[in-house]
Design a protein around this ligand. Structure first.
Ligand code: GTQ
Length: 369
């Protein structure tokens, strides 16, 4: 076990003196500084996120979404979204780490204008019939628990064709990440709306077979050619897998939404999973680099995140910051519980920054307190 004492040799341990304070001030005047005054903060022994674990109660947020639908027009808001703000990262508009999330509401008959940005987006539908989104000309019609993606740079616009019910979906974007590397762009569609193709859900018809892929169709882009992932197919895949295996000790039966052209994540910065916790299941704790936002797709239960218990029910949202211990339990009686989640793992993996650690009773972790 490695020592994590900041007073040890090998760590910065310079004591303040009046002379040093004058020295630091002089450097500050020159837009410079002494590394040893910040070294232990900027090189922590292990990841110490500013984000904290949070649970957002859908029951509490929903009335405010309905208020938003009355208070501002879609045209004025651009997108009418109640965003989720992590108290440790307020300045970044982040739900956790460098991931943004929010709940978007669209009134019956409403549609939003088309735009595109360098930030990538994903949607998980919470409630309402009649939701649609057009992504680069492909009109996707989505319902509760469906998952859809809007990759970086694709034109998109959303709407609700229902006559009487609002649509609410959860957005997930990598906005804080893209802004942190100063790479975001934004464009309003010159015609304000796209001309959709004749076939609805074309990407699903073409690439959604699962066990087969089209021949002679090359796909060079970094994101999935499949844009919509229906709940029915997802749930069936989980139930089928559950007949064969109990899944991961940390997550139960868990599957990743896949780019069918590569077998990899749906987009280069963000990935997404759906997991099924069998009735009565309580998982083992682990931690890893990378941030995760969860949406309770089905059932009720609780998660213990860095020692704090968060009880959740359907449509609640919670987050697990990087390197936080976490375990999940299904408290739904004889029903299964399903957690949708999205993460920044693809980005973390691309940079070879993924690390994982299993919890053991007697400690013994390589990097820990
Ligand atoms: O639908 O493109 O929640 O650009 C925030 C920013 C949704 C979107 C959000 C966005 C979008």
């Amino acid at each position: 076990m490695t020592s994590t004492e900041d007073g040890m040799i090998g760590r910065a341990r310079v004591q303040d003196t009046a002379e040093l304070t004058r020295f630091y001030d002089a450097l500050g005047e020159l837009n410079a500084g002494a590394l040893w005054t910040v070294a232990n903060d900027i090189e922590p022994w292990y990841p110490k996120p500013k984000s904290v674990p949070v649970l957002w109660s859908y029951r509490q947020l929903r009335p405010h979404l309905l208020d938003a639908a009355k208070l501002v027009s879609g045209d004025d808001a651009g997108r009418r979204v109640v965003m989720l703000v992590n108290p440790g990262r307020k300045e970044l508009s982040a739900a956790v780490g460098l991931l943004y999330s929010g709940l978007q509401i669209m009134n019956p008959g409403e549609k939003m204008t088309a735009h595109r940005h360098a930030a990538a987006a994903l949607r998980f539908v919470v409630e309402g019939q009649g939701a649609w989104t057009i992504v680069d000309g492909d009109r996707l019609e989505v319902g509760p628990r469906d998952f859809a993606i809007t990759p970086s740079g694709t034109w998109h616009e959303h709407g609700n064709d229902s006559a009487d019910t609002p649509v609410i979906w959860q957005d997930g974007l990598d906005i804080p990440l893209v802004n942190t590397v100063d790479a975001n762009f934004y464009e309003v569609h010159p015609d304000l709306h796209q001309q959709p193709g004749k076939v609805i859900g074309a990407s699903l018809l073409e690439h959604g077979a699962g066990i087969l892929k089209p021949v002679g169709r090359s796909w060079q882009k970094r994101y999935s050619p499949l844009l919509a992932y229906p709940w029915e197919m997802t749930y069936e895949a989980l139930l089928n897998q559950a007949r064969v295996t109990g899944g991961s000790p940390y997550d139960g039966v868990i599957m990743e939404y896949v780019n069918p052209a590569t077998g990899g994540s749906v987009m280069p910065t963000m990935g997404a999973h759906m997991q099924l916790l069998a009735p009565g299941l309580a998982t083992t704790a682990h931690r890893h680099t990378g941030s995760v936002v969860y949406h309770v797709a089905k059932g009720r239960g609780h998660s213990i995140i860095n020692g704090n218990r968060f009880d959740w029910q359907e449509n609640d949202i919670f987050c697990v910051p990087s390197w936080a211990w976490h375990e999940h339990a299904n408290d739904s009686g004889s029903d299964d519980a399903c957690l949708f989640s999205f993460n920044d793992f693809p980005f973390i993996h691309t940079l070879d920054l993924y690390a994982e650690d299993a919890y053991t009773e007697n400690g013994g972790h390589q990097y820990s307190d």
